[in-house]
Design a protein. Structure first.
Length: 107
C-alpha cells in the first residue's frame, strides 16, 4: 500500500500574520496612530491629571478622618472637629468633581 503524502497547506502557520507584526511596530504605524490622536491630546492629559487628583484626595481622606477622630472627638475640641470636618468635606468634593470630570473626558 502506498502511503498518503500530506500536501503542504496553502496556509502555513509559521508565516501567519508575519506582515502584520512588522507593521505594528514600525515607526510609520506609530506616526499614523499619534497623528490620529493629536486632537485628543488635551482630553487625554486632562483625564490623567484629574484621575491623579482624585486618587490623591481618596488617599488623603482617611488621614483627615483619623485626625478628626484623634484631635477633635477624642480631645473634645469643637474647633478641631470643625476644621477637620471642613477639610474632609472639601477633599470629598474635590474627589467627586475630579471623578466626574475624568469620567466625562475619558468617555
Amino acid at each position: 500500500m502506498a502511503e498518503k503524502s500530506e500536501k503542504p497547506s496553502k496556509f502555513d502557520e509559521s508565516k501567519k500574520d508575519s506582515h502584520k507584526k512588522d507593521y505594528a511596530y514600525s515607526p510609520r504605524a506609530l506616526r499614523t496612530i499619534l497623528s490620529s490622536l493629536k486632537k485628543y491630546r488635551f482630553l487625554g492629559v486632562l483625564t490623567a491629571v484629574t484621575i491623579l487628583v482624585e486618587a490623591a484626595m481618596q488617599i488623603e481622606i482617611p488621614t483627615v478622618m483619623s485626625n478628626l477622630i484623634d484631635f477633635g472627638i477624642m480631645s473634645r475640641s469643637q474647633e478641631a472637629v470643625q476644621y477637620y470636618g471642613l477639610q474632609l468635606l472639601i477633599f470629598a468634593a474635590i474627589a467627586m468633581i475630579t471623578g466626574i470630570i475624568s469620567g466625562i473626558c475619558c468617555a
